[in-house]
Design a protein around this ligand. Structure first.
Ligand code: SAM
Length: 311
């Protein structure tokens, strides 16, 4: 269905936990949050079914770290049962992906995005607080072997930390059938993300002029290739190229709250309606209609980090 600004809202992100096994420098301060009440697979099923009745066709499971949920395959299988959902994908830091890749595929997962900001072991440790680069690489390989395609890597570059890792990350797309996407650092006030540390997509394109634009760019990502590249190079620039006018997303949090916009403080509780499908659909429609025109990163930035809302 369309929101108040005529945008077709068809993409739901479901954060299944706030807990994480990493502590990334730019994510929320409280990344290792304790287990709070988290929606069960059955509750997620009921909610997503109602979202599907409102026009949702694509679902991405995220967190926190979704693979910390021991019932993650049940969650995937539950969402897969909803016929209107055409695409079901998951965003992970990849640390536990080797263990789960096969079962996730069997449960009905289509594809994965893996977050990886550097290929340098020491820098990875500094940025995430864990010596886990090797596990992530193994996770990426397992995802490819299981056919969780397209395998995409998401990287956030930060000035003075990993900005000079861009070329090595781009070369992943040169040598593999993997897309690498650079996401501009978003200044959530609860995180260590600062506006003056953002590496813009434009600055990267100036630095790597051999990248050639592809026609398949979507509302959020612009895609490029280069001679001999197997994968694509993407840029998601929420700061320097605000794409809110083309936003098609809405978010369900692990607590049962719904956020119509990632970069805006408002959220709405759907838990009281979960056992009454008609009222639930009515409530979701109201929330979709209320989606704000755009994010508020130009101001102080929202008072939470992506660990709370799901990336
Ligand atoms: N744990 C999973 C993972 O690491 O992919 C899913 C959750 S994580 C919050 C999702 C994505 O949000 C990651 O790719 C991460 O890099 C990104 N992210 C977190 N904080 C961010 C920020 N301040 N600016 C831009 N991206 C951010």
């Amino acid at each position: 269905m369309k929101d108040n600004y005529g945008r077709e809202i068809n993409y739901l992100r479901v954060s299944v936990t706030q807990r994480c096994n990493l502590n990334c420098v730019y994510c929320g301060k409280d990344s290792c949050a304790k287990k709070e009440s988290e929606l069960s697979p059955e509750e997620i099923y009921k909610a997503v079914k109602a979202f599907a009745a409102c026009g949702i066709k694509k679902v991405r499971i995220t967190g926190g770290e979704p693979l910390l949920r021991e019932d993650i395959c049940e969650i995937i299988a539950a969402v897969r049962r909803i016929p209107e959902i055409c695409t079901l994908s998951l965003t992970t830091n990849g640390v536990l992906l080797k263990k789960y890749a096969h079962r996730l595929k069997e449960a009905g997962l289509d594809s994965v995005n893996i977050s990886l900001d550097t290929l340098d072991r020491e820098k990875y440790k500094t940025m995430t607080g864990a010596d886990a680069l090797e596990s992530v690489i193994e996770g990426i390989n397992s995802a490819q072997l299981e056919g969780l395609n397209p395998v995409k890597i998401n990287a956030v570059l930060i000035k003075d930390i990993n900005a000079d890792d861009a070329e090595k990350l781009i070369n992943i797309a040169k040598d593999n059938y993997i897309d690498i996407r650079f996401i501009e650092l978003m200044p959530f006030s609860d995180s260590g993300a600062q506006k003056d540390k953002v590496v813009t997509g434009r600055s990267l394109l100036q630095k790597f002029p051999y990248l050639i634009p592809l026609p398949e760019s979507s509302g959020t990502a612009r895609y490029y290739t280069a001679d001999g590249f197997k994968g694509k190079v993407g840029f998601i620039d929420p700061i320097s190229r605000k794409f809110c006018r083309e936003c098609s997303r809405i978010r369900l949090l692990s607590s049962g709250m719904v956020k119509p916009c990632l970069g805006y403080d408002a959220s709405y509780d759907i838990m009281p309606y979960l056992n009454d499908e008609e009222k639930l659909i009515e409530q979701i429609k109201k929330i979709i209609i209320s989606k704000p025109a755009g994010h508020s990163f130009e101001e102080s930035g929202p008072s939470y980090g992506l660990n709370k809302t799901g990336g």
